[in-house]
Write a protein of this length. Structure first.
Length: 381
């Protein structure tokens, strides 16, 4: 990927000590809301798709808001699954508001839908709405139970569902399911759940697999390092879509993480038409996790990590794609580690979840001067 790099950017930590923070958005009243997937619990367990152990159930997920510099939980006791050490968590993954101020929270799952009933009555894999005044919520749609998930599952892998990102499009909610590799929609009242598009898997040639001494990255979803001693000359990899936004052209734009073995420079941004036609909009990225448009139509994308995750290098990147296609790396490393969410405030500042998807060390950071820096530009490959 050819782009340019901006330097001399600093940020402010506005929240820290978070457990697997995932989603970030502003409410109509200007408050900044975020979700934490939690750390699971000591309840029943289900097998992780990776085969590396079990995910344990608990009610440690929550939604909080930052108002006037103060962090305040507004919804607690939400469902969560994770390994015993709190890693590999799925739970409250995203939050968005509609034009009336109603909040929708997307709860992840990250496993085979067939195992969910063993956890009892749970809202994992569903969309909920909530009333913060009394810490109650109700589910309106069950994404993980959508019949189309089984239809689009790759033939060589286990069926999985992990609703990860949510977009409010008028009276419709659009959902990215990273486990099912699909884009779904449902009405805001919970009706007409359907598949909009399946993001296809592709063939990776001459893949590089992690050796036995590599970092055990994303152990909830992929084999342990060294589990596959010799990489085949070609291997199918899943898309693992991670976010969806809508462009001024009316199309949906979906970014992808790209699946195991997490090849560098192989992640795409797709453009999906109203008819469900999928085409590559931009390519050459690594492990994309979130994105957003600004008022001028520029697209900002987050790389969760700039190297294959199993290499153990946590540095991420924030990249701007201008309306003419020019790319600028606004922030690379320098404290940006495994970011997981991005939003732009009415103040023009960028707000990012940093160290996302990790227990106890998650942060929310604010970058105030991002659009004002135009000096110190150098080539970046």
């Amino acid at each position: 990927m050819t782009a340019q790099l901006l330097t001399d950017i600093s940020f402010t930590i506005i929240a820290e000590g978070l457990n697997n923070p995932k989603g970030l958005t502003f409410a109509p009243d200007g408050s900044l809301y975020f979700t934490e997937a939690g750390i699971g619990g000591d309840g029943a367990s289900i097998p992780a798709p990776s085969g590396q152990g079990n995910l344990h159930y608990g009610l440690s997920g929550r939604v909080s808001k930052i108002e006037n510099g103060t962090v305040r939980p507004v919804l607690t006791g939400l469902p969560s699954v994770a390994f015993p050490d709190g890693s590999g968590a799925a739970g409250p993954h995203d939050i968005k508001f509609d034009a009336t101020g109603k909040a929708y929270v997307l709860i992840g799952y990250a496993a085979n839908p067939a195992f969910r009933e063993s956890l009892g009555d749970t809202d994992l894999g569903k969309i909920i709405t909530f009333e913060p005044s009394n810490n109650t919520w109700s589910s309106i749609a069950d994404i993980t139970n959508c019949k189309d998930i089984n239809k689009i599952a790759p033939s060589n892998s286990e069926v999985a569902s992990n609703p990860l990102s949510l977009y409010v499009d008028s009276n419709k909610l659009v959902i990215v399911d990273a486990g099912a590799n699909g884009l779904f929609s449902v009405n805001t009242y919970g009706g007409n759940l359907e598949l909009l598009a399946a993001i296809p898997e592709r063939i990776l040639t001459n893949p590089i697999f992690p050796g036995a001494k590599s970092q055990n990255f994303d152990r909830g979803h992929v084999p342990a390092p060294g589990a596959i001693p010799q990489a085949p000359p070609q291997v199918p990899i899943q898309s693992v879509p991670t976010d969806v936004v809508k462009g001024v052209d009316g199309a949906y734009y979906v970014c992808e993480f790209s699946g195991f073995p997490f090849p560098e420079g192989d992640a795409n941004i797709y453009k999906i038409s109203a008819a469900g036609e999928v085409e590559v909009f931009a390519s050459g990225f690594t492990q994309l996790i979130d994105m957003t448009f600004d008022a001028e139509g520029n697209l900002y994308v987050l790389q969760h990590m700039n190297k294959s995750g199993w290499k153990g290098k946590p540095d991420g990147a924030l990249i701007k794609i201008a309306t003419d296609g020019e790319r600028t790396v606004l922030l690379e490393g320098n404290g940006l580690e495994m970011p997981s969410a991005l939003t732009i405030g009415h103040d023009g500042a960028f707000y990012i979840i940093n160290r996302g998807g990790r227990p106890g060390i998650g942060q929310i950071i604010r970058i105030d001067n991002l659009k004002d820096i135009h000096q110190n530009i150098s080539p970046y490959i």
